[in-house]
Design a binder for this molecule. Structure first.
Ligand SMILES: Cc1cc2nc3c(=O)[nH]c(=O)nc-3n(C[C@H](O)[C@H](O)[C@H](O)COP(=O)(O)OP(=O)(O)OC[C@H]3O[C@@H](n4cnc5c(N)ncnc54)[C@H](O)[C@@H]3O)c2cc1C
Length: 425
């Protein structure tokens, strides 16, 4: 409670969600133990390789009405944005059925969008504040994000989605072809219409940003523990330690923010959460010969295309597969194909570039909402995982909610939709 003695809080996982939670818990006056076996925001984390978007308009879940009709095509089409390995189908069938059911009608989508909005709304302002405190303000870009379409008809086909954004007060501008050409002259003439989310932005280098936030935490007294959490010591519902592969860590509270590694820990804390990896890929093309202002999202490829300090990054693809299975680099090559399609004038350069390919695990629940809330097995453990496609965007608001739950303070917004208990029903 506010005003009481500071607590020792173990935050498990130093991806963007754990880091933001740790910053907010620390701001509330508590001592933080940051438990992470790798480097904060290192290549093992989804927070490293994403599309860099911080987007107040990220209100839509991925599962939308009509998806079920497309599933057979996903199984057959090796080049589409969504794929499922045949051998993984039996294991993922239950999750997939819930995923499709969650998006079965537009009324449901509207409810989900409104529940997602408080997590997204202030993302750019929040990240800017953190970045300034960490001395990396230059990593935040606020040029908006542009969805690009073959034409206005393709945009109009998504009118329901844009109408929901408008209803929530999310600003966007329509961009006709001449303006699109002026904004991004290198973009292929195959894209003739754009819609810009005016208040969205990017974190130019999310890995470097996470590393800076970890340094900020340490400078303010947090302790980094290089270890993997494996369990909890809970007695009569009260937590006394987080168990790690390096021994037990005494603490008063714990936050489970281990991305795809969270489900096992959540189970030990009393909650069974259907969490799987929607694996994603990126390619980074150094010296691409094109510099983007706003980030782009081509409607046909469904990926983020952004300029980063390392080069042009294309990040996307959804592959339902075991997190530990070998990457299928053909998925990265599909992204590369889009780089050639979008910027045909530069395609030759891309052939000889030393391309960085990366695969990471989006921690995904089937219903488009993360798990944030007090664990069923102990009121001293708080869940903060399952942000799927939008964890970079939703991390600061998640952090604020986590800190309020730990202190028993009035939460900044209603946490009920994010409770892990929804899966027990
Ligand atoms: C291709 C791609 C593009 C994306 N684009 C965007 C985007 O543009 N905008 C957006 O908002 N989101 C995007 N996302 C999603 C976003 O990256 C994730 O939702 C977010 O990074 C999840 O953060 P996290 O902290 O929960 O998990 P992670 O970043 O994966 O971090 C989890 C950390 O926990 C550690 N860990 C695991 N197990 C344990 C354990 N037992 N003990 C201790 N530590 C442990 C791991 O080592 C890791 O460092 C994208 C994702 C992908 C893959």
């Amino acid at each position: 409670m506010p005003g009481d003695a500071p607590l020792t809080v173990a935050v498990i996982g130093a991806g963007i969600v754990g880091l933001c939670a740790a910053l907010e818990v620390q701001r509330a006056g508590h001592h933080v133990l940051l438990v992470e076996p790798g480097e904060p925001g290192g290549r093992q984390a989804a927070s490293y390789g994403n599309a860099t978007w911080i987007n107040p308009g990220a209100i839509m879940p991925i599962s939308l009405p009509g998806l079920w009709r497309k599933v057979p095509g996903f199984l057959l089409d090796r080049t589409g944005p969504f794929t499922l390995r045949w051998r993984d189908l039996p294991r993922h069938a239950g999750w997939l059925a819930r995923f499709i059911a969650a998006g079965r009608d537009w009324e449901r989508i509207g409810i989900c969008a409104r529940q997602r909005y408080p997590l997204c709304k202030h993302t750019v302002t929040d990240h800017r504040a953190y970045a300034d405190e960490a001395g990396v303000g230059h990593l935040i870009r606020q040029e908006g994000l542009v969805y690009v379409y073959p034409d206005r008809t393709a945009f109009a086909a998504e009118s329901r989605i844009w109408a929901m954004r408008r209803e929530l007060g999310i600003r966007f501008s329509e961009i006709e072809e001449p303006e699109l050409r002026r904004l991004q002259p290198e973009l292929s003439p195959a894209y003739r219409f754009g819609a810009r989310l005016d208040d969205a932005g990017q974190i130019a280098d999310p890995g470097a940003y996470c590393a800076a936030l970890a340094r900020l935490l340490e400078a303010r007294g947090a302790q980094r523990i290089t270890a993997r959490a494996t369990g909890f010591v809970i007695d009569g519902g009260r937590l006394s330690a987080v168990v790690t592969d390096r021994g037990p860590l005494a603490c008063d509270r714990a936050v489970i923010a281990a991305g795809i590694g969270s489900a096992g820990l959540a189970k030990l804390a009393g909650d069974r959460v259907p969490l799987i990896s929607e694996r994603g890929y990126h390619v980074v093309i150094p010296e691409p010969g094109v510099e983007l202002g706003a980030g782009l999202m081509p409607s046909d490829g469904q990926m983020g295309v952004v300029s980063t300090p390392q080069g042009l990054r294309l990040a996307g693809q959804v592959e339902l597969a075991d997190p530990d299975a070998d990457p299928d680099w053909r998925r990265a090559d599909i992204l590369l194909g889009y780089a050639r399609k979008m910027f045909p004038g530069q395609a030759k350069r891309f052939e000889t570039a030393r391309i960085d390919r990366w695969m990471g695990n989006r921690p995904s629940t089937p219903d488009g909402l993360p798990c944030i809330g007090i664990a069923s097995g102990s009121a001293d453990i708080v869940h903060a995982f399952g942000h799927a496609h939008t964890g970079l965007t939703q991390a600061p608001a998640t952090g604020r909610l986590v800190a309020a739950l730990i202190d028993g303070r009035e939460p900044p917004f209603d946490p009920t939709p994010y409770s892990a208990r929804r899966f027990a029903r």
